[in-house]
Ligand binder design. Structure first.
Ligand code: NDP
Length: 495
């Protein structure tokens, strides 16, 4: 058996072994076999990385760069990502099981975040305040926070790390990034491009390891100034609590149970494709999965029949093949969790009209595959309708009219995204306005851009990533007062 690739962590511009001298296996979900070994970072490694990031923030080449020069570095990085998109995509597919077709497209789009925030770096302007005091000049500056702890999940490691790295660096911070223990390889390959682009040592550092060890130590490190986290709601709560101890600002991008609402005036063929893309693309392992399909009663049976016919044709198999449409689940525990939810739905009385078990097709081999699964007869109070499954499992819930649809859609603790399928522009606007979700798609689904803010309502998170306002989450505002008077007035009176 050939030796597994053994990775190191990237700290202060150097490739280093973990202080504890331990590694763990990273698995290829298509084969179910380990393919690489990842360093098990701990508290001492985190301290080393945060110290390197803090040193790089407070002295040396990074703070000496002008915002325009920082922007130029980010744009150079974007070019390097574009040049290396294919090889990065292949690593992500091996480690994560995402489809090569999706990853190649995603990685050729990722540079846009670095171009956009690179362009924004020198457009963060303070203001001269027309202050109400005589002989006084007052202006504001937006300054970086310091060391940013960035924590990414396993489902889209490079894209979601980018949503943090691009604005954090454009604002002048330094970063310690911890990817998920399940998918660290692509991030460790990716960071080589920062070095090639010319980022000074210590500006970006990568710690790998387990969430409860390396992740927890990173969030609570006293020299971390801000935490940017994407992951599950329960972990998000722990991170929020730990960050509260140091009063660190946080951005939290958490889970969802997004409604995809199909009205009876929809163009049915398009809506079927939109619902499929919402739940079966990326094997349903996306925070924005449209996992609750709300269908108007008048078209319920016809719509479900068409949907099931389409979903039943989805080609499963090797994610490295351009023809594959549904790949494996990324981790073994996640596959077990999904199968557990399928059992829960059956016990709750939902009717399984497609799939409902682990995929045993020859083209799936020993991989961690779950059949695209559709449940009808779901009530919105069932667990399968309330909790995030994070897999290819769709719950179909009928509704009568617009009021009913909105009430069901909003009756959930999450509020990340929603879809609306209708030919009526009036209905599209009115329903979108009333949905409690950070993103609403009308007659489309699963569209994101560096230009448009992304984030959750309710328990789906705090703050926004992407779009102009995202950079402000990585800055703090200073108000500077200058007296032009020749005298200091009565010192015992507030001026
Ligand atoms: P987790 O919450 O399990 O983990 C997210 C990250 O947090 C991982 O890097 C994990 O490390 C780390 N972590 C775990 N425990 C701690 C801790 N105590 N302190 C600090 N860090 C910790 O999420 P998953 O990786 O399972 O990702 C899936 C979840 O992410 C889903 O719920 C999904 O909805 C959400 N998500 C949200 C998105 C959004 O933008 N709203 C986008 C994509 C996903 P380790 O893996 O090593 O445990």
């Amino acid at each position: 058996m050939s030796e597994l690739a053994k990775y190191q962590m990237y700290i202060g511009g150097e490739w280093v072994d973990p202080v504890g001298g331990e590694w763990f296996d990273s698995f290829n979900p298509y084969t179910g076999q380990p393919w690489a070994r990842m360093p098990r970072g701990g508290e001492a490694d985190v301290d080393r990385a945060v110290t390197a990031a803090d040193d790089a923030f407070s002295g040396g080449d990074w703070p000496a760069l002008s915002p325009s020069q920082r922007g130029a570095l980010l744009r150079r990085l974007g070019d390097l990502i574009a040049e290396n998109a294919q090889s990065l995509a292949e690593i992500e597919v091996r480690d994560n099981g995402k489809l090569i077709a999706e990853m190649a497209a995603q990685l050729s789009y990722v540079p846009q975040w670095y171009y956009y925030f690179g362009g924004l770096a020198d457009k963060i302007e303070g203001a001269v305040i027309p202050i109400d005091k005589p002989e006084t000049f007052n202006y504001t500056r937006h300054e970086p926070l310091g060391v940013v702890a960035a924590i990414s999940p396993w489902n889209s490691p490079l894209l979601l790390a980018t949503w943090k790295l691009a604005p954090a660096l454009a604002a002048g911070n330094t970063v310690v990034l911890k990817p998920s223990e399940f998918t660290s390889a692509s991030t460790l390959e990716f960071v080589k491009l920062f070095e090639q682009a010319g980022f000074p040592p210590g500006v970006v550092n990568i710690i790998t390891g387990f969430g409860h060890e390396a992740g927890a130590a990173l969030v609570s490190h006293p020299k971390v100034a801000k935490v940017a986290f994407t992951g599950g709601e329960m972990t998000g709560q722990k991170v929020y609590q730990a960050a509260a101890v140091g009063l660190k600002p946080v951005t939290l991008e958490l889970g969802g149970k997004s409604p995809n609402i199909v009205f009876d005036d929809t163009a049915m063929e398009n809506a079927v494709k939109g619902v499929i893309s919402g739940i079966f693309a990326a094997t349903g392992q996306t925070c924005i999965a449209g996992s609750r399909l709300l269908v108007q009663n008048s078209i319920h049976n016809e719509f479900v029949d068409r949907l099931v016919d389409f979903a039943a044709t989805a080609r499963m198999g090797d994610p490295q093949s351009m023809d594959t449409q549904v790949g494996p689940v990324t981790t073994l525990p996640q596959m077990e969790k999904i199968l557990g939810y399928i059992d829960i739905a059956k016990d709750e009385g939902a009717e399984c009209v497609l799939g409902g078990h682990r995929a045993q097709r020859p083209e799936c081999g020993e991989g961690w595959f779950v059949e695209p699964t559709v449940f009808t007869g779901v009530r919105n109070d069932m667990r399968i309708a309330r909790e995030e499954v994070f897999g290819p499992v769709l719950s179909v819930i009928p509704f009568d009219d617009e009021e009913d649809a909105i009430a069901i859609a909003n009756d959930n603790p999450y509020g990340l995204a929603a879809g609306v399928w209708t030919q009526s522009i009036k209905r599209a606007i009115e329903v979108s306005n009333r949905l409690q979700a950070g993103t609403v798609w009308v007659n489309t689904y699963r569209a994101v851009s560096y230009l448009s803010p992304f984030g959750g309502y309710k328990r789906s998170g705090l703050g926004r990533e992407s779009g102009k306002q995202a950079i402000m989450d990585y800055l703090q505002t200073k108000s500077v007062w200058i007296s032009t008077s020749d005298e200091v007035p009565n010192p015992f009176i507030l001026r």
